[in-house]
Design a protein around this ligand. Structure first.
Ligand code: HSE
Length: 291
């Protein structure tokens, strides 16, 4: 029997579409696996009613198949599906680590990335490593082609999750096909600024480096109240705000002493547009952990 906790993650961080990701210290999924002749899956926890238990339709079933590791698998969801907080990646990463341990496969965390990403493709239609990489490795991750670079960072964050759902498939349809040279130059400048901020544990640089004018505005349209919540977070002291992954969660960066106020301001702002929300006061954290 193996038990693994894998964290929520936030991908893109504005300027790093399909490249940047961070592990969050909360929320998280917990997975328990036991050897069995064939894979069975039981799902409990947040949003479990929306998650198929058929191993052929579940990210975790795909991971078990890829590792040739049939098991009785219990998933306790802490990361809500369709949240923009890497829900399927958390389950896929947890399963990859747990089954790798259960069957002594001996694969490294880096070797587990493509296996967990294939599982995630079942849900999103495409394999993206920008959520599974931080869920497995922790920290701030940069996924470029087939290579992932990791930086351990200590940055306070607020992830505010409204009671609306946005599917990754829908959020990818609204992404523009092309960008201008001016936009590309701005995005590269932001991404570089953000990366330096992560290396220096500097929330001001990280927040400023999230600024991006192509993908984020298109996706913000899918999140009721985005502009109102963004303004409220900035007024409360956030150094930067963006859509978390495919949304609808909104991610704010701030200094530690402002985190509580930023979280409260974001919840209140969602309330003014008639949307219930909860906020996780969190930070960049470790990846999947074996108990
Ligand atoms: N980078 C992806 C997106 C993350 O934003 O669409 C979802 O897996």
């Amino acid at each position: 029997m193996e038990t693994v906790r894998a964290p929520a993650t936030s991908a893109n961080l504005g300027s790093g579409f399909d490249v940047f990701g961070v592990a969050l210290d909360r929320p998280a999924d917990i997975i328990r696996v036991k050897r069995a002749d064939e894979t069975t899956i039981e799902v409990t926890g947040v949003g479990s009613q929306y998650i198929p238990e058929d191993p052929h339709s579940n990210v975790v079933g795909a991971v078990a198949e890829a590792l040739n590791a049939p098991a009785q698998i219990q998933i306790d969801k802490g990361v809500r599906p369709s949240s923009g907080l890497g829900s399927s990646a958390a389950s896929a990463a947890a399963a990859a680590v747990a089954l790798n341990g259960l069957y002594d496969r001996g694969l490294s965390r880096t070797e587990l990335i493509p296996i967990a990403a294939e599982g995630e493709a079942i849900v999103s239609g495409e394999a993206h490593v920008d959520n599974v990489a931080p869920a497995l490795l922790g920290g701030f991750t940069i996924a470029r082609d087939n290579t992932v670079t990791t930086v351990n960072a200590d940055i306070p964050l607020v992830a505010c999750l409204p009671e609306i759902a946005v599917s990754t498939r829908d959020a990818r349809r609204v992404v523009p096909d092309s960008i201008t040279m001016e936009e590309a130059v701005h995005t590269v400048g932001s991404a570089a600024t953000l990366t330096v901020g992560m290396c220096q544990n500097n929330p001001t640089l990280v927040g400023s480096g999230m600024d991006e004018h192509v993908v984020t505005p298109a996706r913000a349209e899918l999140v009721t109240g985005y502009d109102t919540v963004r303004e409220a977070a900035l007024t409360a002291g956030a150094t930067g705000v963006t859509v978390s992954g495919a949304g609808p969660a909104i991610l704010a960066v701030c200094h530690t002493q402002k985190r509580r106020a930023v979280a409260a301001a974001m919840i209140d702002a969602f309330e003014t547009v008639g949307v219930e929300a909860r906020a996780y006061q969190t930070c960049v954290s470790a990846g999947a952990t074996l108990f």
